[in-house]
Structure formats: structure tokens, C-alpha cells
Design a binder for this molecule. Structure first.
Ligand code: PLP
Length: 379
């Protein structure tokens, strides 16, 4: 057999498009596809700089901030997490990390790699933090440099209120780091009013742009902290000062920006603004409620107790109905019906599903379609 005969030929046939109802990525609008397939242009072309400025301006509107340092990192949502920690923390700096799921745990792991002195606060998965308890905890810790929290915990479906924590932190020297990877453009995020100092997200969730960029914004308070560092920022790739030499007015080359991904983000952001931010929130809320209603009609239990905790409209976690085998069902759903849904993470694996109705995919007909397929399996 010649080496040629052993090459997998499947790439020649067009892959089937899937309906992506997992925790991301989502399907994307035709306009975003067109943007991705445009002829590339140089990342140092003055015409490209206009696009970068537009992206920053549109992101400011979505983050609801006046922060001049607002841009998109070349990297997935985790690069936003990494960048927050790498730039804010120095060795032995104390940070309070709030953990109620996988992504809070990841924040703690990332902070530990920068030598931070980590204090953790935990509540059970599927529960949110009481803001008063968090403020009490913050008050009890001396020399605290930062507090980090996940707004939309994708591993559980919990929506965390932030406003009182931020209001308290505004009048302190403590930096408030918030993960909005799943929530940005799907629910309200008032970066400035809620006193958030570093807010990062991802492109593949409610923005409905493929994975690969991490929108981020830094407050003046955060910038001052970074300026007063005693040590060099330990990551070259995620050094905010160097990146702002490119995204800011100097336009100094740092790395080759992923131009087509930035075209796609630009288009995705324009779509958001044409819809209107508040209309987008309303669409997510209405479709989230519609999903819950369908769930109730079918007698399936949600993982989050909506009467006690904030439940995400764009990411629904549900107990796997009795009698259904998790992995074979999801495999079948994908291969026979071309529908992707997500499994549980960590100790919820095999117990829950995570269903994303985000951005472009927050649509009633997709919810109906899913429940129609699910119906015959429910006993
Ligand atoms: N934070 C949250 C809340 C997430 O849901 C995710 C991904 O699902 C991440 C961070 C990490 O993002 P990425 O997988 O794009 O690196």
C-alpha cells in the first residue's frame, strides 16, 4: 500500500453543518461567514486600523464602558482570564477567587501559576454567591489586591449578581476581575456602573463569532495598578502595555493579528448593534423562558433552582431524563439529527446536560426542534 492510499479522504466531502446547541461555539450568521472568507489584509494596513478602532468602539458599547483600553486578544476566552491575572497579579499578591463551578476553578488555577496568594470562597455548584456574604468576606481579608468571579458559570448555568460587590469595591483599592465569556451581549453587563475593573469575554458564545478572540476591557484603576507593578509582566504575548502599543495610536507591531477573525468579530458586533443591545437581551430572556416552559411541560428538572438563584437564559443546565444513557444519546443526537448539546463537567458528568441557546441560535424554532427530537425518549 502506498502512503497515498492511507490518507483519510473524508475532507474532500463537504462536512454536514451541525446545529450547535452546546455551550459554544454557536452557529454563525452568513455575514460573519462572508467576513471570514474575505481576502486577508495586512495587520499594519491603515485601512485595517480603522476596523480595529471600530471594534474597540463597538465593544465599549457592549461592555457598557467608557474605558479607552478595550480591545480583543488573539486567543480564546481563556486568554482573557490569563491576561487578567498576568497583568494584575505579582508574586504573593492576595486574590479572592469565588468558585462555584469549573471556570471559577480555572481562575484559581491560572492565578496560582502567577504565584498569587489565593483565598477561595466556595458555594456548591448550581448555587450563586450571596453578595452580602462576599462583601463580608472581602472586608475580613487584609492586603487584598483583587477579587475574581464568573458572571455566567457555563458549567452549571448560574447567573451571578455583581452590582453590590462592585459598588463596594469601587471605593477601595481592590481590582474587580469578572469573566463574562458566556454572558456578553446575552444579558446586561454594566462594566462601569458595576465597578468592574477587568472584564473579559469570548467570541463563540452570545456574540456568535467563531472561537479565537477574547474581548477585554480595563478600567483606569486597573491601568494604574499595572503601571505601579514592581516586576515585569510575566507573559510576553499577553503584556497589556505592548498590546496597547498596537491597538492604541502608535500602531507598533507586536504579533500578526488574526485579521480574518477580526473581520468576523467586526461583523458580529455590527449585527449586535443593528439588533440593539436591549432587544438582544430581551430575545435571550424570552427564549430562555420558552425553553424553561418546554422543560416543565416535559417534566424534565432544571439543575438550577430558578426560584432561588439566577438562571442563565443562554445556557440551560438540566438533569438528564431517567432512562437515557448520556453518551450514547448525545452521540445519536449528533450523528442522526446533527444536533450538538453539551454534557456535564466534573462531578456533573453523566448527570446533567448543558444546552446553549446563544446569540444567533437563541431561536424558538431551534428549541422546538430539540424538544421534538427529545420527546419520544422521555418516559
Ligand atoms: N470562562 C467561561 C465562563 C467559559 O464558559 C469558558 C468556555 O466555555 C471559558 C472561560 C474559557 O473559554 P475558551 O474555551 O474560549 O478558552
Amino acid at each position: 500500500m502506498s502512503p497515498k492510499d492511507t490518507i483519510d479522504d473524508s475532507s474532500r466531502t463537504k462536512p454536514v453543518d451541525k446545529i450547535l446547541l452546546g455551550p459554544g461555539p454557536t452557529n454563525i450568521d452568513e455575514r460573519v461567514k462572508m467576513a471570514l472568507s474575505r481576502e486577508p489584509m495586512s495587520h499594519l494596513d491603515p485601512d485595517f486600523f480603522i476596523i480595529l478602532d471600530n471594534i474597540s468602539e463597538l465593544l465599549r458599547k457592549i461592555f457598557q464602558t467608557e474605558n479607552s483600553t478595550t480591545f480583543a486578544i488573539s486567543g480564546t476566552g481563556s486568554s482573557g482570564m490569563e491576561m487578567s491575572m498576568a497583568n494584575i497579579l505579582e508574586e504573593n499578591d492576595r486574590i479572592l477567587v469565588l468558585k462555584n463551578g469549573v471556570f471559577g476553578e480555572r481562575m484559581s488555577d491560572v492565578a496560582s501559576r502567577y504565584g498569587a496568594d489565593i483565598i477561595e470562597m466556595n458555594v456548591d455548584w448550581g448555587k450563586s454567591f450571596n453578595q452580602e456574604d462576599v462583601i463580608k468576606k472581602i472586608k475580613s481579608i487584609s492586603n487584598l489586591k483583587a477579587v475574581s468571579i464568573v458572571h455566567a458559570e457555563t458549567s452549571t448555568g448560574i447567573l451571578q449578581d455583581l452590582n453590590y460587590i462592585g459598588e463596594y469595591l469601587k471605593n477601595t483599592d481592590i481590582i474587580f476581575i469578572v469573566d463574562t465569556v458566556t454572558s456578553l451581549s446575552g444579558v446586561e453587563i454594566q462594566t462601569d456602573d458595576w465597578g468592574i475593573d477587568v472584564c473579559y469575554s469570548g467570541t463563540q458564545k452570545c456574540l456568535s463569532v467563531p472561537p479565537g478572540l477574547s474581548p477585554i476591557t480595563f478600567s483606569d484603576k486597573a491601568l494604574k495598578k499595572i503601571k505601579r507593578r514592581n516586576t515585569k509582566i510575566p507573559s510576553w504575548y499577553l503584556d497589556l502595555n505592548m498590546l496597547m502599543n498596537y491597538w492604541g495610536s502608535e500602531r507598533i507591531y507586536h504579533h500578526t493579528a488574526p485579521v480574518n477573525m477580526l473581520f468576523a468579530l467586526h461583523e458580529g458586533l455590527k449585527i449586535c448593534h443593528e439588533e440593539g443591545l436591549q432587544n438582544r437581551f430581551t430575545r435571550h430572556k424570552e427564549n430562555g423562558d420558552y425553553f424553561d416552559l418546554k422543560l416543565q411541560e416535559m417534566g424534565i428538572m432544571p439543575f438550577v433552582d430558578k426560584t432561588k438563584y439566577g438562571s442563565l437564559p443562554m445556557l440551560k443546565s438540566i438533569f438528564i431524563p431517567q432512562g437515557i444513557d448520556d453518551s450514547s444519546f448525545r452521540k445519536n443526537l449528533l450523528s442522526k439529527h446533527n444536533i450538538e448539546i453539551g454534557g456535564g463537567l466534573g462531578h456533573t458528568k453523566g448527570k446533567i446536560w448543558r444546552i446553549g441557546i446563544m446569540g444567533y441560535n437563541s431561536r424558538k424554532e431551534l428549541i422546538d426542534n430539540l424538544f421534538n427530537v427529545l420527546g419520544p425518549y422521555i418516559v
